[in-house]
Design a protein around this ligand. Sequence first.
Ligand SMILES: Nc1ncnc2c1ncn2[C@@H]1O[C@H](COP(=O)(O)OP(=O)(O)OP(=O)(O)O)[C@@H](O)[C@H]1O
Length: 293
Amino acid sequence: MIVLRNLVKRYGAVTAVDGLNLEIRSGEVVALLGPNGAGKSTTIDLLLGLARPDEGSATLFGMPPATAIARGKVGALLQSGGLLPDLTVAEIVELTASLHGKARPVPEVLRRAGIADLAKRRIAGLSGGQQQRVRFAMALVADPELIVLDEPTTGLDPEARRAFWSAMHEETAQGRTVLFATHYLDEADAYADRIVFMRAGKVVADGTASQIKGLAAGRTIRATLPGADLAALAALPGVDQAEGRGEAVLLTCHDSAAALRALLAATDARDIEVTGRGLEDAFVALTLEGAAA
Ligand SMILES: Nc1ncnc2c1ncn2[C@@H]1O[C@H](COP(=O)(O)OP(=O)(O)OP(=O)(O)O)[C@@H](O)[C@H]1O
């Protein structure tokens, strides 16, 4: 559905996107994650045809982006712009609908975006979060097969974020493909089937949330073990490092199952907890790797 081949975009001395390759298949929900300035928004601009690549190509549905968009196959929610302040909420969504051959009924779309009660309000008087929901309604109204969202929940309060994702869930249950850029690790973890991690204009990791978390290597075992011999624990199979914490020990492991078996066989450890690393650890690890490179 989306094919990006060797995409390069330069702004003067800055290479915002640096030889990016990405394919997204129909029905996938993909998060584009990465630190500030990684090139997420530029990638979205290139795939929507809003910026021209210096090298490489972007195709949507096998067509140039502008053609796919003109056919109403793509709905997009961008970070800013796109709202005419003097129109009412219903008017701007109707105007967007009128630009497309097929469109969903406007009242249904306003309900889905949680703004049915704002239909007669002028855009200029809305809060930032309410305007963001209007953009969401505009993205949905053409009944697109692909929805592209650049940081869709920025400016939304926690309840509005939850409502937004619940609405998105209903949309994806109908088989839509979604690509969203986000800074919120919990959103990528909870809502994406696949996370594409970008850094310095390149894709540096691509997989399910648990595969990406796995890149922050290993799990931690915590157990109560008074008077532990830390050197002996560090030498157990599967263990990389052993640290003391009062009466407890903390084992960093590359193979937690082997470490657990050995720990139980060799010691009287009790109150044992095994925890995986989170997406935050992976985010920091992937970002720092780049800083060191
Ligand atoms: N119009 C522009 N002119 C000059 N530089 C730009 C322009 N747009 C982006 N850049 C630069 O390209 C790089 C990538 O920016 P981009 O906005 O794509 O990153 P991002 O991952 O979306 O960041 P953020 O998470 O902060 O929104 C940054 O260094 C940015 O300063």
